[in-house]
Write a protein that binds this ligand. Structure first.
Ligand code: ADP
Ligand code: MG
Ligand code: MG
Length: 256
């Protein structure tokens, strides 16, 4: 089906259970945010979806298009149409942004069809031009060497551009608090806003509430102690910004 379904997901690190039964359904066409205090398992969820080997899945499944993606290699997850942003934190000397993106597009095409000869260069140029216009990226950016002296914002710009040319159906973005200046936040947020639409579902895992001042999510989930404990609309994020997490914790502790 056209939903990413996380069902009763339990994950341990070094024998310690971090995710204690996460349930969440992300339909295509919606933007969902996961918020929560530090140390509650948000990055653990992101790493697990990415397929990081240190994270041991002890129970549950993550279904997309009838497959449990937890059983797939990261490149197979990509072929299925899932974009996992921090799958690609690369610095490749001497490779331009454009070449890097073309390689990414070709890897995806070859994963779908081993006989594929790669995207014809004129077609790629057209695709890249269209996406750069959509995202309001200066044309000169395509000729820059990837990650060579990139600011936090420029790294995010390359990442969002990669998402745009790969045209995933589901995108999972873990916006860690480290190195996300206001510039980088806006680039991610404006990128998500430009790309959001009925063919894309986005899960923004935020460590930094401020990003939600720029992206209005359809649904907000609160994670606490390895579970999703509260789900609401965009106003939930505003409420949390104003009142913090204590009231959620009290609700959880009282079992209501
Ligand atoms: P969040 O992203 O919500 O801040 P994390 O998923 O990073 O939370 O961490 C959840 C818990 O898992 C924390 O208690 C953290 O100390 C622990 N943890 C995270 N990564 C590791 C790791 N690689 N080894 C051991 N413990 C870890
Ligand atoms: Mg943390
Ligand atoms: Mg984290």
């Amino acid at each position: 089906s056209d939903e990413l379904i996380i069902r009763n997901l339990r994950v341990s690190i070094e024998g310690k259970e971090i995710l204690k039964g996460v349930n969440l359904t992300l339909p295509k066409g919606e933007v969902h945010a996961i918020m929560g205090p530090n140390g509650t398992g948000k990055s653990t969820l992101a790493y697990t979806l990415m397929g990081h080997p240190a994270y041991e899945v002890t129970d549950g499944e993550v279904i997309f298009k009838g497959q449990n993606i937890l059983e797939l290699e990261p490149d197979e997850r990509s072929r299925l149409g899932i974009f996992l942003a921090f799958q690609y934190p690369v610095a490749i000397p001497g490779v331009t942004v454009a070449n890097f993106l073309r390689t990414a597009v070709n890897a995806r095409r070859r994963a779908q069809n081993p006989e594929d000869k790669g995207i014809p260069i004129p077609e790629f140029r057209k695709l890249l031009k269209a996406k750069m216009e959509l995202l309001k990226v200066d044309p000169s950016f395509a000729g820059r060497y990837l990650n060579d002296g990139f600011s936090g914002g420029e790294k995010k710009r390359a990442e969002i551009l990669q998402m745009a040319v790969l045209q995933p159906e589901i995108a999972i973005l873990d916006e860690t608090d480290s190195g996300l200046d206001i510039d980088a936040l806006r680039i991610v947020a404006e990128g998500v806003n430009a790309l959001r639409g009925e063919n894309l579902g986005v899960l923004v895992i935020t460590h930094y509430q401020r990003i939600l001042n720029y992206i209005r999510p359809d649904v907000v989930h609160v994670m606490m102690d390895g579970r999703i404990v509260e789900t609401g609309d965009a106003d939930l994020a505003l409420h949390l910004e104003e009142h913090g997490y204590d009231w959620v914790r009290e609700k959880v502790d009282n079992g209501t």
